[in-house]
Design a protein around this ligand. Structure first.
Ligand code: NAP
Length: 273
């Protein structure tokens, strides 16, 4: 529930309406972001994978959601119907949160070269990267002349080769490039497009990755701050990018990982040399 997290109350999002995807349970990063947006006065609509309404609806209702609708990003008809619900409810939207990723299990374990299949690779790309472009097209069509803000969630496995992350890392690299191209296209309309790149966090998606626990432990021990990534930190970054505070920032990938991505050698590694 929203009270699990220490979200900053205020009115930064008062009068703003938007769509949040990717809420599966209270551990979902999208839920942390939705909780923070609601605490700042945003009106929210939620899109979820068909069949998940029983899990998503209680969470959505706890923050006064205006609608909860099914949307499978691999199915155009499902996306058409979901965005029609958003249009009928809100008319226009000011922001959109894309927090969706999937790769078949064999694509996120073991050897990247040996395990990458055409089908698995394309599935990861379709759900985790192409879906973002499709959402940008649909969300931007609902944004008013004043513009809006779109964010997605990525991971440092796009920039560096992380054990087991494999095909998902390639999909995240495509996602981050898509952020830059979408920012360029939509910038003249006043629509900003950015990515938040959290460190490893304990969610269902992480549990699906072989070695997910090690990613969490290393994310902490190898970070500059020697801390886990806090949900409040990720949600705060999303709030900055989605609110008017972020008005001149677009095309960025912002790391929120307690300084994991900036680190070079560990003390142990230099001592060995
Ligand atoms: P999560 O709670 O499992 O969220 C992933 C979401 O993607 C789920 O709600 C899932 O729905 C949805 N999804 C999968 N296939 C879909 C489809 N075909 N259509 C619509 N939605 C679909 O895990 P999370 O960690 O919060 O992930 C959110 C985002 O953060 C992802 O992009 C992930 O890569 C990124 N991220 C996560 C971490 C981490 O360590 N956890 C770190 C950096 C970035 P169902 O569960 O209902 O299938």
């Amino acid at each position: 529930m929203a009270e699990d997290y220490q979200m900053l109350p205020g009115a930064l999002m008062k009068g703003k309406r938007g769509i949040v995807t990717g809420v599966t349970n209270h551990q979902s990063i999208a839920w942390g972001i939705a909780s923070q947006l609601a605490a700042q006065g945003a009106e929210l609509g939620f899109l979820h994978v068909p069949g998940q309404e029983r899990r998503v609806t209680p969470l959505a209702e706890s923050v006064g959601a205006r609608f909860v609708a099914p949307a499978d990003v691999t199915d155009d008809a499902s996306m058409d119907a979901a965005f029609e619900v958003a249009r009928a409810t809100f008319g226009t939207i000011d922001f959109f949160v894309h927090a969706i990723a999937f790769a078949p299990r064999d694509q996120i374990s073991g050897s990247f070269v040996e395990n990458a299949t055409r089908e698995g690779f394309l599935t990861a790309m379709s759900v985790s990267a192409y879906s973002f472009v499709d959402c940008c097209r649909r969300a931007s069509a609902l944004m008013p002349e004043a513009g809006g803000s779109i964010i997605t969630l990525t991971y440092m496995g796009s920039e560096r080769a992380i054990p087991n992350y494999n095909t998902m890392g390639v999909a995240k690299a495509a996602l981050e490039a898509s952020v830059r191209y979408a920012a360029r296209d939509l910038g003249p309309k006043g629509i900003r497009v950015n990515a938040v790149s959290p460190g490893a966090m304990r969610t269902l998606s992480l549990a699906g990755i072989q070695g997910g626990r090690a990613m969490l432990a290393k994310g902490r021990s190898l970070s500059a701050m020697k801390q886990d990534t806090a949900m409040e930190g990720v949600a705060g970054c999303a709030l900055w990018l989605l609110s008017d505070l972020g008005r001149s920032t677009t095309g960025e990938v912002v790391h929120v990982d307690a300084g994991f991505h900036i680190m070079g050698f560990t003390e142990d590694e230099t001592a060995e040399g």
